[in-house]
Design a protein around this ligand. Structure first.
Ligand SMILES: Nc1ncnc2c1ncn2[C@@H]1O[C@H](COP(=O)(O)OP(=O)(O)OP(=O)(O)O)[C@@H](O)[C@H]1O
Ligand SMILES: [Mg+2]
Length: 151
């Protein structure tokens, strides 16, 4: 259940995030991976736009920030979270919101039996390649196809 999307510009990453965000529901968990500057926050900003959240920023100084929206957006930056114990201590509630975790690769499974992995890679220059991997019962191939096809 892997799908690839090519994102040639920051504007297209933002737009893809908005189309993805329009198909998300409360309880969804998304895990964003990719090197510094890959576009994780840009993608999250697009998702936020679809939920009515205008002020998504890098949550560098607060690990988790909850933005009111429909549904709410819980934006987590796990870059400095060193262990599962530390992540657990954040006490994140994910049932009534969309949760996006930057650098969340090691922690998504602590929150849900299902999550969407979004791996951003720099191709050349501005171009990014996004790999979507659905994990668990909430993310069947048909759901990925609806998101990737809807462009
Ligand atoms: N195709 C593209 N998609 C996304 N961002 C792009 C693209 N091309 C250029 N950029 C630029 O790359 C930068 C991405 O920054 P962003 O904060 O989204 O990355 P990040 O992965 O969240 O970084 P960090 O690991 O520091 O949190 C922005 O300055 C953006 O304008
Ligand atoms: Mg970021």
């Amino acid at each position: 259940m892997t799908r690839l999307v090519r994102l040639p510009t920051a504007g297209q990453t933002l737009a893809f995030g908005t189309r993805l965000g329009a198909r998300l529901v409360a309880g969804d968990v998304l895990c964003l991976t990719g090197p510094l500057g890959a576009g994780k926050t840009t993608l999250t900003r697009g998702i936020g736009a679809a939920l009515g959240v205008a002020d998504v920023a890098s949550p560098t100084f607060v690990i988790a920030r909850r933005h009111p929206g429909s549904p709410a957006l819980l934006h987590v930056d796990a870059y400095r979270v060193g262990s599962e114990l530390e992540f657990d201590d954040l006490g994140l509630e994910t049932d009534d919101c969309v949760t996006v975790i930057e650098w969340g690769g090691d922690f998504a499974e602590m929150l849900s039996d299902s999550w969407l992995e979004l791996r951003l890679e720099r191709a050349d220059d501005e171009v990014r390649t996004l790999t979507l991997v659905g994990r668990g019962p909430d993310w069947p191939a048909a759901r990925l196809d609806a998101i990737v096809g809807d462009r």
